[in-house]
Design a protein around this ligand. Structure first.
Ligand code: CP
Ligand code: NVA
Length: 304
């Protein structure tokens, strides 16, 4: 039994499949007005080094839905992460009070350290390296809209960042065909590509040409060019990503009916236009909703 959820690449495919099925069944249970109070009396600590709308609210609501409680912890409340006391002490102390820890941190090693030194489950709620809860909610959304996952052609246009990396790992585990179209210097690192393609050969390819990359896409996905913590690089990044905007022209180079995805928050007018965000084939807000449905399943699986 897996204690933590830190990275999709480290999870067995069977567990990921089980989580998707559980997410779908809990979604229909809750849509039908019923509840599953499997976490009654349990508490989740939610540690955030970065801002959040979706992750914070959906985890809080997910815990409450399952009969439990969530505590929001800002680094300044506890004197910083790894500053007032070592991460290994934090993990052990949290484990004496709560039944699970969810953490959004800059450094991926922080969630690894917490997991190593906690006896309770630790969930990665985004690090600079990955965003596994987002990618799993995205796979759930793709399955709902396309009726399948295996063989789906997912073209990610933009920065080879944490979201792109988790999607690459999800593609390898679920048999999607992903193309990452990024400007030179912003591609996913070669180790990520090797690890993804080591699970299933040919899962992830890279390109510097967004038009050819979308030409056979079932889904076009993008994310911000300036991730949290990169604000000082904004001017350079906006210049470097010229030609990589998901706009009506680029969508026109893809097959008709291509679905549009974005993890949000979106910077309209930069990585995506207002027009494309709002088009009928945009499934962006279903993605946002599915964060809640996936995470309910994750909380139940790890903490019940
Ligand atoms: N997509 C996502 O994780 O959004 P937040 O940063 O608002 O949590
Ligand atoms: N890549 C973005 C994702 C936000 C959900 C960031 O890290 O800021």
């Amino acid at each position: 039994m897996q204690k933590d959820f830190l990275s999709i690449i480290d999870c067995p495919a069977e567990l990921l499949e089980e989580l998707l099925e559980l997410a779908a069944s809990l979604k229909s249970l809750y849509k039908g007005g019923s509840r599953d109070l499997c976490l009654a009396g349990k508490v989740l600590a939610m540690l955030f080094e970065k801002p959040s709308l979706r992750t914070r609210i959906s985890f809080h609501v997910g815990m409450t839905d399952l009969g439990g409680e969530a505590i929001y912890v800002k680094p300044e409340d506890i004197g910083g992460i790894g500053k007032r006391e070592p991460i290994k002490d934090m993990g052990r102390v949290f484990s004496r009070y709560v039944d699970g820890i969810m953490a959004r941190t800059f450094d991926h090693d922080t969630v690894i350290g917490l997991a190593e030194h906690s006896s309770v489950p630790v969930i990665n709620a985004l690090t600079d390296w990955s965003h596994p809860c987002q990618a799993m909610a995205d796979v759930l959304t793709i399955k709902e809209h396309l009726g399948r996952i295996e063989g789906v052609r997912l073209t990610y246009v933009g920065d080879g960042n944490n979201v792109a990396r988790s999607l690459a790992f999800a593609s390898s585990k679920f048999g999607m065909k992903m193309i990452v179209a990024a400007p030179a210097g912003y591609e996913l690192d070669s180790q990520t590509i090797e690890r993804a393609n080591g699970v299933r050969a040919g899962s992830v390819e890279q390109s510097n040409d967004p038009r050819s990359a979308v030409s056979q896409a079932d889904v076009i996905y993008t994310d911000t060019w300036v991730s949290m913590g990169q604000e000082d690089e904004k001017a350079k990044r906006v210049a470097d990503f010229e030609g990589f905007q998901v706009n009506a022209d680029l969508v026109g180079a893809a097959p008709k009916g291509v679905k549009i995805m974005h993890c949000l928050p979106a910077k309209r007018g930069y990585e995506i236009t207002d027009e494309v965000t709002e088009m009928a084939d945009s499934i962006i807000f279903d993605q946002a909703e599915n964060r809640l449905h996936f995470q309910r399943a994750l909380l139940k699986k790890l903490m019940a």
